[in-house]
Design a protein around this ligand. Structure first.
Ligand code: SF4
Length: 406
């Protein structure tokens, strides 16, 4: 065991605690001080993994994705935001359509928010789209239309967190900064057998310090190429090799240095002692359809601009229970020709199961303006040709497609 341990330790030299509270490392040894009472003993050595990650990325990583063929920060930023909690295969089409309509940050900043939301429609996590738009405006108004070159300044822009800022600065400007998204947290906690719960901010800070200590050394002869590859390599390992339930340790370039693989328990990391409770909720959707095929859609309220499920998006009126829906239907005083209660659809959100109950109500006539006091917010009759241009959540889009196909 001792011999194996020695094989990944490159030696212990001095390290100092930086002004930020994070570790600064002054040798290639990856020595880290225990600044945040992490699981590692004071002055313990971390495995130096940068060269393996960089080499593996060049030969086995993902190198042909559209946003990898550029160092344009606008394109890289767009891809990073789209890829948050979303699969690459889903993002590809959206990325292309976005660039066709908004080829640069100036065109995105100048667009109406509804156009941005409509293009984002179906990608989910709509706060990202609202922040994307705000960020484009900030880049134009405060930075002359040029993205800042440092992660520290990038992280001051709307919707850009520390890890995303580091990814952009590393990919576009080769800045030597650490990323720590969910996939990378998984890889690093396993490599280090980091046994503390990351829901504590102190433990997370500690892991950030170690992620910084593991970066390619600043005297690396080709840091300009090594940094983007290292960042991409960690992302690729997390997305394709070090999977949550079935890590492919046998083909992993870090297998020999990975403490969790040596212990035979990668699935135990990252450690989670507090489980987020899943909740479920039911919504009844009043889908009013006129004789000309128009559907009544209204914008969901967006308190504070960003909160609430589907905030700012278009949907049929939503009710918490069927009796409230029926009460509203009566108060609207429309002439009902036919009513059909469609089967409930399950819409899975991050921490919640949303059961949607569409109630399709065909009314007589072409459709007149409905009483906004009954429906709480303003809305309007929308013909089928307008639906693709509206920002609607994915389940509502499916519902509209099903109506159109009837
Ligand atoms: S060896 Fe296994 S657990 Fe360790 S980083 Fe690689 S895939 Fe993940």
């Amino acid at each position: 065991m001792k011999a194996r341990k020695r094989s990944f330790v490159r030696g212990i030299e001095s390290a100092t605690l930086g002004a930020s509270g994070f570790t600064s490392v002054d040798s290639k040894s990856c020595v880290v001080f225990n600044a945040f009472a992490c699981n590692f003993p004071l002055s313990s050595a971390l495995p130096f993994i940068a060269s393996e990650v960089v080499q593996w990325q060049a030969s086995h990583g993902r190198n042909h994705l559209p946003w990898q063929q550029t160092r344009d920060p606008y394109r890289v930023w767009l891809s990073e935001i789209m890829l948050q909690q979303t699969q690459v295969t889903t993002v590809l089409g959206y990325y292309e359509r976005f660039l066709q309509q908004f080829p640069d940050v100036a065109s995105l900043a100048a667009a109406p928010e509804d156009d941005v939301m409509a293009l984002w429609s179906g990608l989910g996590y709509y706060t990202r789209a609202r922040n994307l738009h705000k960020c484009a405006k900030a880049v134009v108004a405060e930075h002359g239309g040029h993205f800042p070159r440092s992660a520290q300044v990038l992280a001051t822009l709307p919707g850009i967190g520390r890890s995303t800022a580091a990814a952009i600065a590393s990919f576009c400007f080769a800045e030597r900064v650490a990323i720590l998204d969910a996939n990378v947290k998984r890889v690093l906690t396993r490599v280090l057998a980091y046994g503390e719960d990351l829901s504590s901010s102190r433990n997370e800070k500690s892991l950030w310090a170690m992620a910084e200590a593991l970066l390619p050394h600043q005297d690396h002869q080709d840091l300009h190429h090594a940094m983007p590859r290292y960042t991409q390599g960690l992302m690729d390992l997390g997305a394709t090799i070090c999977m949550p339930h079935n890590p492919s340790c046998l083909v992993c370039p870090l297998q020999e240095k990975c403490q969790a693989a040596q212990q035979g328990n990668p699935q135990n990391y990252p450690v989670k002692t507090r489980k987020t409770k899943r909740t479920s909720q039911a919504w009844w959707l009043l889908v009013l359809r006129s004789e000309t095929g128009q559907v009544w859609l209204q914008r969901r309220p967006s308190e504070g601009g960003t909160t609430g499920i589907w905030a700012g998006l278009f949907s049929p009126p939503v009710f918490a229970d069927v009796s409230s829906l029926e009460h509203a239907l009566q108060a609207l005083q429309v002439k009902v020709r036919e009513r059909a209660d469609w089967p409930a659809q399950l819409h899975v959100l991050t921490h919640r199961d949303l059961f949607l109950h569409p109630v399709i109500v065909d009314i007589a006539g072409a459709g007149k303006a409905l009483d906004a006091t009954v429906l709480a917010v303003e809305g309007g009759w929308q013909a089928a040709q307008n639906w693709p241009q509206l920002g609607v959540p994915a389940p509502v889009r499916k519902l509209l497609e099903a109506l159109a196909a009837e």
